[in-house]
Ligand binder design. Sequence first.
Ligand SMILES: Nc1ncnc2c1ncn2[C@@H]1O[C@H](COP(=O)(O)OP(=O)(O)OP(=O)(O)O)[C@@H](O)[C@H]1O
Length: 231
Amino acid sequence: MIELQLDKTLTSPRRRFNLALSFKTDARRLLVYGPSGSGKTLLLQLMAGLQTPDAGLINVAGRTLFDASRGINLPARERQMGFVFQDYALFPHLNARQNIAFGLRRGVLNPRRTASAPQVEQWLERFSLHDIQHLYPHQLSGGQRQRTALARALITQPRALLLDEPFSALDPALRQHMRQQLATLQSQLDIPMIIISHDPQDLVFFDAAVLHIEAGRQAGAPPQPRSSEKG
Ligand SMILES: Nc1ncnc2c1ncn2[C@@H]1O[C@H](COP(=O)(O)OP(=O)(O)OP(=O)(O)O)[C@@H](O)[C@H]1O
């Protein structure tokens, strides 16, 4: 279950933006939909602990991540949210294997170029990344970058997966393949997934509950689990 009551204002000398949302949903897949600048990325950042709400409450999968009234604000690393950023945000100076191993890193040092751990092997295998594991992000295709970013998020065994426009950089054929792969993965991992998307095809494919945001406010009906998720 996801329960959010959020109030966050961003200010700069010439602009003020306020995000105010309140909803609760049992859906396993939530699709966040809305025009550019409406607050979608900010919502994921607040859930992940990369930004702090001014007030409110964030409950995900039975855990309270933030509750202003009780003074609870778990730091990002304790929230166990897997985040795949819009541009994937891979570390340019680390190869694919190191990027994936990054989530397992203890202390401040980067993983070695040949970083090894059973989980790294498992994710390289699962996403067919063995052949390109020693390449750096600028040498990877869009699909390889995306799979590397997903593996880096999932290796930490997150309790929820947050995806910011995960397919936008991919060509249509690859997009459909990755949708399928992500849906299968989510069923296997059994964690809630929150996806930002502008693409109506994602809406059809994922059959997700929809949160429609406009100018920092919920537009339309509150998110409801869709047909295949009911019962
Ligand atoms: N420091 C700031 N001061 C005022 N407004 C800000 C500040 N930082 C960001 N914003 C505004 O916050 C709003 C929400 O941004 P956000 O990145 O969440 O939008 P988005 O819906 O994800 O857009 P896109 O689909 O283009 O990625 C934007 O309108 C942006 O201009």
